[in-house]
Design a protein around this ligand. Structure first.
Ligand code: NAD
Length: 468
C-alpha cells in the first residue's frame, strides 16, 4: 500500500500494485507509488471526459480556480518540497522554491487573455476568431523539475478549458501525487487527475482515444516515440525535449567576475536542467583563468543530501543517469580529456558524482556531442568567434545558448546567430513567464508559457455571420 494516492475523478483511487521510489541521496527505496492499471487509466480518462463540458463552459470559474490552486499549493509548499527533495535529490530550499514557483505560475496564468477577436465587421459579414479548448490533455513529465514542468502544462491547459491527466516520471512520482491530493479539494472532480506508473503508462496515455493533446517534457528519443504514437489519431503534441546548450565566452570578459555565473549556469540542479550550459566555449585569451576559476568552484561547492541545510548540489537523480554521466566522463578521459576537478563518483552511498570540469576535449567526443545531463562540464577553447558559433550550431539540439561579453550589442548579434529557442546574453538558464519557451531542431516542437503556451492548449474557431 502506498501512502500516496492516485487522483481520479476528484478522489483517491485504490492502489492495486506499487513501484518503489528511491531516495537518490541514499540509493535506497523510501516509499512506494501506485502502479496505475489500464482499467484505472480508463477511469481517469472517463472522468476527464465527463468533467470537460462544464469546465469548458465557465471561464470565470476557471480563472478563480487558478488562484485557488496557487493558494492551496503555497499552503503545502514545505510539505511537497520535502517529498520532492527525498525523491529528486535537490536541496530543500530549491524544492520548496519549485512548488512556490508553481503557485506563482498559476496566479500569472490566471491573468492571460482568452478573448475572441473581431477580424471583420461590416455590412457584408462579421467574422469572429474564438479560442476553443481541445478536450482531454495528457501531460507527461520528467524527473528533473517534476512540479514546475507539470504546472507549465496544468495551468494553461485548465485555464483554456481542457481537462487533464498528468503522468509523472517513475523516478519522481510522489510530489506530483501530492499535488493531486492538494488540488483535488480545489478543482471540480475529473478536471485534474494524477496517475503514476512506469514508462508503459506514458505510452497508454499517449495512445488513449480520449486524449486530444499530449504535452510532453523529456528526452529526444521518448519525444520521437510520442510523436509516432500520437500521429495515427492526429493528436496535437507539444514536445519540450533535450538540449546541449553552448555558452560562448568572449575574450573581453573578466574571468573572476563571470566564473560563478557560468558555474551555476552549468551545475544548477547538478546539471540536470534541460537548458543548463552543457558545452562551454571560451576565447583562448582567457581560457586558462576561466578553467582555474571553474575548477576551484567545482572543488568547493557543498555536495550532499538535499535535506542537509548547507547542501548546494544534490545527487544525480537515478541509477541509469548516474551510470550514464560516469560513462561519458570515463569516455572523455579515455579519449584524452584532462580532469580539472571531480572526475568520478563520491565515495558514499547514493548517486553522488563530484562536480567535474574537463579540458583537452572537443567535438567528436561523446560528452561534447551528447547531452550529459549531469554535473560534468567540458570547456573548449576557441580563437575565432565565427568558428565558435559554427561549432555551437553543429548539432541536432537547439534548446538554448548564450554569449558572454562586455559588448552587449555584439553579444546580442552573436546570440541571434545561435540556432536555438532562447539565446541569452551574459546569463543562461533564466526562464521567464512572459516569453515563449521551446526548442529548435530536435529540442522540441511548440512552445510553453505566456500567451504562446496558452495558445498551444487551444484551437481556433472562426464564426462567420452573414449580414445580408
Ligand atoms: P524521459 O524521456 O526518459 O522520460 C520522460 C517521461 O516520459 C517520463 O514520465 C517517462 O515515464 C515517460 N515515458 C518514457 N517512455 C515513454 C513512452 N514510450 N511513451 C510515453 N511516455 C514515456 O526523460 P527523463 O530522463 O525523465 O528526463 C530527462 C530529459 O528531459 C533530458 O533529455 C532533458 O533535457 C529533458 N528535459 C527537457 C525540458 C524542456 O523543457 N525542453 C525540460 C526538462 C527536461
Amino acid at each position: 500500500m502506498s501512502e500516496f494516492t492516485l487522483t481520479i475523478d476528484g478522489q483517491a483511487a485504490p492502489t492495486h500494485q506499487t513501484i518503489p521510489v528511491v531516495n537518490p541521496a541514499t540509493g535506497k527505496p523510501f516509499a512506494d507509488c501506485p502502479d496505475t492499471t489500464r482499467a484505472q487509466l480508463d477511469q481517469a480518462m472517463d472522468a476527464a471526459q465527463r468533467a470537460y463540458p462544464a469546465w469548458a463552459a465557465d471561464e470565470a470559474a476557471r480563472r478563480a480556480a487558478m488562484h485557488a490552486c496557487a493558494e492551496a499549493l503555497r499552503a503545502k509548499a514545505a510539505e511537497i518540497g520535502r517529498v520532492l527533495t527525498q525523491e529528486q535529490g535537490k536541496p530543500l530550499e530549491n524544492a520548496i522554491g519549485e512548488v512556490v514557483g508553481g503557485a506563482v505560475w498559476f496566479d500569472l496564468t490566471a491573468g492571460l487573455p482568452l478573448d475572441a477577436e473581431v477580424l471583420q465587421d461590416d455590412d457584408e459579414q462579421r467574422i469572429e476568431l474564438h479560442r476553443k479548448p481541445l478536450g482531454v490533455v495528457g501531460a507527461i513529465t520528467p524527473w528533473n523539475f517534476p512540479i514546475i514542468l507539470a504546472i507549465w502544462k496544468i495551468a494553461p491547459a485548465l485555464l483554456a478549458g481542457n481537462t487533464l491527466v498528468l503522468k509523472p516520471s517513475p523516478y519522481t512520482p510522489l510530489s506530483s501525487l501530492a499535488v493531486g491530493e492538494v488540488l483535488r479539494d480545489v478543482l471540480p472532480p475529473g478536471v485534474f487527475q494524477v496517475v503514476s506508473g512506469g514508462d508503459d503508462l506514458g505510452k497508454w496515455v499517449t495512445e488513449h482515444p480520449a486524449v486530444r493533446k499530449i504535452s510532453f517534457t523529456g528526452s529526444v528519443p521518448t519525444g520521437k516515440k510520442i510523436a509516432e504514437v500520437a500521429a495515427p489519431d492526429l493528436k496535437r503534441v507539444t514536445l519540450e525535449l533535450g538540449g546541449n546548450d553552448p555558452a560562448i565566452v568572449l575574450g573581453d570578459m573578466d574571468p573572476k567576475a563571470v566564473a560563478e555565473k557560468l558555474f551555476w549556469g552549468a551545475f544548477q540542479n547538478s546539471g540536470q536542467v534541460c537548458v543548463a550550459i552543457k558545452r562551454l566555449y571560451v576565447d583562448e585569451a582567457i581560457y586558462q583563468p576561466i578553467v582555474r576559476e571553474l575548477a576551484a568552484l567545482a572543488k568547493q561547492v557543498p555536495v550532499g543530501d538535499g535535506l542537509e541545510s548547507d547542501t548546494k548540489l544534490g545527487p544525480i537523480n537515478n541509477a541509469p543517469q548516474f551510470e550514464r554521466v560516469k560513462e561519458l566522463v570515463d569516455d572523455a578521459v579515455a579519449a584524452g580529456a584532462k580532469v580539472e576537478a571531480g572526475g568520478g563518483p563520491l565515495d558514499r552511498d547514493g548517486y553522488f558524482f563530484a562536480p567535474t570540469v574537463l579540458t583537452d576535449v572537443a567535438e567528436g567526443v561523446r560528452i561534447v556531442d551528447e547531452e550529459q545531463f549531469g554535473p560534468a562540464l567540458p570547456i573548449i577553447p576557441f580563437r575565432d568567434v565565427d568558428d565558435a558559433i559554427e561549432r555551437a550550431n553543429a548539432t541536432h539540439f537547439g534548446l538554448g545558448g548564450s554569449v558572454w561579453t562586455s559588448d552587449v550589442a555584439r553579444g546580442t548579434d552573436l546570440a541571434k546567430r545561435l540556432q536555438c529557442g532562447t539565446g541569452w546574453v551574459n546569463q543562461h538558464l533564466n526562464l521567464v513567464p512572459n516569453a515563449p519557451f521551446g526548442g529548435s531542431k530536435w529540442s522540441g516542437i511548440g512552445y510553453e508559457n505566456g500567451p504562446w503556451g496558452l495558445a498551444a492548449f487551444t484551437e481556433y474557431q472562426v464564426i462567420n455571420v452573414a449580414k445580408s
